[in-house]
Design a protein around this ligand. Sequence first.
Ligand code: HEM
Ligand code: HEM
Length: 461
Amino acid sequence: MIGYNWLGSSAVTLGSLLLSTLLPAAFAENTTIPSSSMTFGDDVKLAVNVPEGSAKTDLYFTFEAPAKDHTWAGFGMGTRMHDSLIFVVYRSADNQGEPTLSPRLGEQHSMPLFTTQVNTSILEGSTVTDDRFVVNFHCVGCRSWDGGEVDVASTDAPFFYALGPEGSLQSDDKEVQINRHEAHSVIFPLDMKAATGANGVPGIGSATDGNPTGAADDDSGSASGIGISRGVAIHGFVMCFAFALVFPGGYLFLRIFERVWLHWGIQSFGLLLVFLGVASGIAVSIREQLSPKLTHPHQIIGLLTFIVVLAAWTLGLIGHMMFKRKGIPSPLMKVHRIVGPSSILLGFINACTGLAWVGIPRAIIGYTIFNLLVVIVVASLVMLKKKRKMRREAMNSNAAHNFREGMPAYSHVRGGSTQQHGPADFAAPPPAYGQSVPLQTFGQQPLRQGPTEYYNVQPNK
Ligand code: HEM
Ligand code: HEM
C-alpha cells in the first residue's frame, strides 16, 4: 500500500521534473501590455499581467481551454490544489456570449469552493463556442488569499490547470457543483516579473511558443489531484526513511550485535537525515509559501521532534562517555531509553500530519501498516536474540558445566538397591539454579554487575 502511494507521488514528482525540463520558461510578450504566458499543445493557454502602481492587489488574466469534451476548465495559482486560488470557467445558463467565471479556493480532496475574497470582472473578448472557452478578466484582491499568495516579484510563480469531465453544465451560479477533473497539468511556472507594467488584457504567445506535448496528466486512477513539488517529496521521503527504517534499525543492531558503536553510527546517520529533512522542510515552507511563518501544527511538531531527536543523541553520547570514564552506568542512559523511543514515536506522528497536510490521507494507512511491520520484525528479532542468549548462558553456566563434567553426586534407587555416585558428601539433591550456583558465563571473568545488567550489551564496544 505504501508502495502505491509513494509510487503515486513519485510519478507526479517525476512528471513535474520532466515537464519543467522540457518546457521552455514562460516568455514575456513583446507588446505594450506586459504579459507572461504558457501554451499547452494549442488546447490550453494562460497569460497573466501584473499591473504596476496603485493597483497593488490586481492581476489580469487570459485563459483559453477546450470546451468540446469538457464541462468546465480552470487554472490555479499555487503548488497544489489545496490552499490555491482557482478560477473555474463553464457555460452560462443561456450558453450565449460570455462564460461564467467562478473564483474558488482549493480544498484538499474535494470540490474547490466559491470565494468572495476576490472580485473578478469579465472583459471584452470572452466567449464560449462549441469548441473553446475564452475568458479575459480582471481580478481584484488576487495576489493573496486565505491560505496562500502569489509573489509578483517571482520569475517562476507556480500555476496549474485542470479540465472537467464530459457532460452538460450550463449555469450562472458561481457556486455550482462541478465534477472532479478528468485531467490536470503538473505545476508550471509563469514569470510574474516579466509580466509587470502597464495594466490590461495580457496577450498569449503563438502556439509554437509552448510545448505541444506539455499536456495534462490523465486523472483516471490518480489519487493525489495536483502533484506535490519536488522539494516536498524529497523532504517527506528523507523523513519517512529516517523514522521508519534508520532509527528502528539503529535499535535493532544495538540489540542484535550488541555493539554500541554500531548504534551510535546508525543513529548519527539518522540524526543527519532529520537535520536535512528539517532544513528542506523549512526551505519548501518559505519558497512555496506553505505556512512560511512555520505556524502549521506539522511544522511545530516537526521542530519539536528535531529537538527531541537531538536530545536523544546527546544523552546517548554523553551517557555512554560517562560510563566509559567511570565504569558505572550513568543515570542519563535511563533518560536516553525514554527519550530515544519517544523521538521515534514523535517522528511517526509527524509523518502522518505531513501526509495529511499534503492531502494524501490514504498514505497514512500505508505508512502506519509499514511501521507496524517494522515494529513486529524488530521486536521478534530482539526477542529471538534474547531467548538464544539466555539459553546459551544457561548452557555455559557453572551448574551446567558441573553437570556435564563432574557427574553430579546424587543417590537414586535402581533395581531396589540404593546406589551412590561421587563422593558421599554430595549425596544430597542438586541445588536449584540461581540459589547457590551463580548464573555466570562459564570460563569468563565475572562482569561488573551494574553495567552488564544496565546496558545488556557489551558496553565497551
Ligand atoms: C521531524 C519530523 C518531520 C517529519 C517526519 C515530516 C514528514 C513529512 C511528510 C511525510 C510530508 C509529506 C510529504 C510527501 O508526501 O511527499 C511532509 C510535508 C511537509 N513538511 Fe514535513 N516533516 C517533518 C518536519 C517538518 C518541519 C520541521 C517542517 C518545516 C518547518 C516541515 C514542513 C513540511 C512542509 C512545508 C510540507 C509540505 C506540505 C504541503 O505541501 O502541503 N516538516 N512532511
Ligand atoms: C537520535 C539518536 C538515538 C536514538 C533515537 C536512540 C535510541 C535508542 C533506543 C530506542 C535504545 C533502546 C532503549 C531500550 O532498550 O529500552 C537505545 C539504547 C542505547 N543507546 Fe541510543 N539512541 C540514539 C543515539 C545514541 C547515541 C549517540 C549513543 C552513544 C553512543 C547511544 C547509546 C545507547 C546505549 C549505550 C544504549 C543501551 C542502553 C541500555 O541498554 O540501557 N544512543 N537508544
